[in-house]
Design a protein around this ligand. Structure first.
Ligand code: HEM
Length: 423
């Protein structure tokens, strides 16, 4: 049964990887994960080579900068998810997003081995049919990467904002864990069930090659104040700042007036970020300091005492004495009068990966962190705008983004979800 008791504290995850800075690979010179100008929050290539802006060195010293041994299919991901109850039927594609996330998910990026609209349509149709056969026990979301449109000769149909995910300040992206022509997310009541469903779908599917995969779980997965919440590996409850169930659709669903290709209306931009956590470094800091870095208490209450489901009194705290101006939540959503709220739905999973072998500093210490996943109808009003505001935040000392991508989730219609694009 998913828990709804915010007072239950987790055992905060144990150890994170420790490596010398020399073990952290610099971003490749040709910047395979894309780049955005520094004026928009991007990072100069030389900043990456030199270690990035001040303040980023610490966590890079304690975090592995790439997948190292953890990436790759078949890695024995092991996660501590909460026990689950009998979940209701899980709708697929967009309809799934207003429901609380399942306890666990396997996310797999796939590259297509063929080109041309007809051939790709055939693969996607087969994928759709296999997902359909899973039935209601799995929640499935299939999203398309930017490169798929060129490969299919459908460049003119690419959603306007769909590019390769750019590199943001502080990222050390591993090309092997970025992008993919397709991103398949299969959620279920346990990591084992999600993995079994993923195998059932992908085994024998021709025309695709798995590129990277992550297994995630939502510890203490539950619902509070109409929002799905779960505890992350830093011991903090996440999800309170999301739109509530009734306003999810407005935030995530592409509208007809957005100047997007007609087939994309009703779909959603999906952002995935593989974010490693330096839990050892984090755990060394006292909880009150951690709470000032986040800007909420571990159970979600605001620092001014407001209940987790309420609105904080930032107006009475203009200098940030109670909730620091540079805290994660205040940077993410400053709540200035007249300012727009961030337009995104966060639906992430914690991960705990295989322990690397061969390197004395990291051997036996599993990679762990947050598989950040967000949905939005506009990337700038959603993820990208928030991520730019978060540049250089104190929390970045303890985290490192090593992979992920931008994708687009086609809406499910009366026909299969690729029908309009390949009409
Ligand atoms: C780096 C790892 C991250 C951690 C540990 C983290 C943790 C948290 C926590 C504990 C909260 C407060 C509870 C909540 O409102 O859900 C929160 C809020 C939030 N986070 Fe993050 N987060 C991370 C990354 C991100 C990223 C990458 C984004 C988007 C670019 C983001 C956007 C937000 C937003 C929009 C809020 C709600 C702010 C509000 O409305 O008050 N977070 N995060």
């Amino acid at each position: 049964m998913p828990t709804t008791d915010p007072a239950v504290m987790p055992s905060v995850a144990a150890e994170s990887a420790v490596v010398p800075r020399s073990a952290v690979p610099a971003a490749p010179p040709d910047d395979p994960c894309g780049s955005i100008p520094p004026s928009q929050g991007g990072i100069e290539p030389q900043q990456v080579a030199a270690g990035g802006p001040p303040g980023l060195l610490d966590r890079r010293t304690v975090l592995r900068g790439s997948a190292i041994a953890a990436a790759g299919l078949g890695a024995p991901w092991l996660l501590a998810g909460s026990a689950s109850d009998h979940r209701p039927a899980r709708p697929a594609q967009m309809a799934a997003l207003s429901a609380p996330p399942p306890d666990a998910a396997v996310v797999t990026a796939l590259d297509l081995r063929l080109s041309g609209a007809g051939a790709i349509r055939g693969v996607l149709r087969e994928l759709h049919d296999r997902l359909h056969r899973l039935g209601p026990r799995a929640e499935t979301v299939t999203a398309l990467g930017a490169a798929l449109f060129d490969r299919a000769g459908l460049g003119g149909q690419r959603p306007r904002q769909l590019t390769a995910m750019p590199e943001f300040v502080g990222d050390v992206l591993d090309p092997a864990r970025c992008h993919g022509d397709l991103l398949l997310s299969i959620g279920a009541d346990s990591a084992d069930a999600a993995a079994a469903a993923t195998r059932a779908v992908l085994d024998g599917l021709t025309g695709v090659t798995p590129k990277w995969t992550m297994t995630g779980a939502r510890a203490e997965n539950g619902t509070q104040h109409g929002r799905g919440v779960a505890r992350n590996a830093f011991g903090f409850v996440e999800g309170h700042g999301n739109p509530d169930g009734g306003s999810v659709d407005d935030v995530v669903t592409v509208r007809a007036d957005q100047d997007e290709p007609a087939w994309a209306v009703g779909g959603s931009y999906q952002v995935v970020r593989i974010i490693q956590f330096a839990t050892t470094l984090w755990d060394e800091d006292p909880i009150p300091l951690q709470e000032r870095i986040i800007g909420r208490r571990r159970d979600g209450r605001w620092l001014d005492g407001t209940d987790a489901g309420g609105e904080p009194g930032y107006a009475a705290d203009p200098a940030g004495d109670v909730t620091p101006l540079e805290s994660h939540v205040r940077l993410a959503n400053p709540r200035r009068p007249g300012g727009a709220r961030p337009q995104l739905l966060r639906r992430g999973y914690g991960f705990r990966g295989a322990a690397p072998t061969g390197e004395p500093e990291t051997a036996g210490r599993p990679e762990e962190g947050l598989l950040f996943i967000s949905y939005q109808r506009d990337l700038d009003a959603g993820f990208a705008g928030v991520q730019r505001r978060l540049a250089g935040e104190q929390l970045a000392r303890y985290t490192l983004t090593v992979g992920g991508g931008y994708y687009f989730v086609p809406a499910a219609g009366p026909d299969w979800w690729g029908a309009k694009l390949f009409a």
